[in-house]
Design a protein around this ligand. Sequence first.
Ligand SMILES: [Ca+2]
Ligand SMILES: [Ca+2]
Length: 338
Amino acid sequence: MGVRTYKAFTSSHSLPVISCIFFIFFVICFHLKIHSDHLLFYFKSLPSGLLLMNCFLSPLLFSREFLMGTDKPGIAADGEGPQRPVHVDSFHMDIHEVTNQQFQSFVRATGYITEAEKFGDSFVFEGIVSEDVKSQISQAVAAAPWWLPVKGANWKHPEGPDSNITDRMDHPVIQVSWNDASAYCSWVNKRLPTEAEWEFACRGSLKDRLYPWGNKLNPKGQHYANLWQGEFPAHNSAEDGYTKTSPVMSFPGNAFGLYDMVGNAWEWTSDWWSVHHTTDHQHNPTGPPSGTDKVKKGGSYMCHKSYCYRYRCAARSQNTPDSSASNLGFRCAAEQKR
Ligand SMILES: [Ca+2]
Ligand SMILES: [Ca+2]
């Protein structure tokens, strides 16, 4: 393939070929709704094929100040407020959640064993566990009885040993702990985003809006995220087309060209959890220096307003770094290459 590409660029017909490639590049970037300043950056960087690929998979979000949090919290106890000015330096953000396919490549290359595999079990939402598996479970989480500890549940078997991911390779990897997510990001020379970076990316340059696309949950009757419709936890009507995770990028991207920032899978960030925030101007905040839980953002396919109104950019929740569940995944970020 490399030789054929080289020949194409050096043949007498190279101009049409290059024009065609540029045209395709424009069309794809337009589709991804990447801002013109992002396009400019990448055109400056051409002809690096790697940077071209990076444009598609992990665009550069330019340094900017934004308003983080909200003064109108949906769930005040989560520390969604106050709204505060935050500056983030330029960074790359993956356009989609890390998929099963990507995580499988990591595991095959490194032999990595996830924490759920080491523990021998993980948490699965009751509504997606088979009756056979359910009959073998005697304990549940008192405050959230729809979470079941299922033996043999892990990223390859998200709902338990009688499930698999063979037809879900383009879905977000789930049943991965914060430690697993960090290990993957390190392997691809990236890192988890800070909460500030994640929220900046979620907002897609919109100011003081609920969702990555605005304030209306379903503009013109369209679904913009994989969430829960119906009554939680008894009935998922799946009006958005999915009762569980969906293939990444199944719903429209935001103005930064980032997909599933809310809904589909929750996403780990690098910050330790705290509900107390300063209103002082902050530059690249990284959260408290220590803690017991890590911040996760964006909500999941299990979120409904009646129970988990957390599919908003300002919303947040937490888990211990070794936790894993059937609705929790991640995406990676990276420093700007200089
Ligand atoms: Ca759904
Ligand atoms: Ca997500």
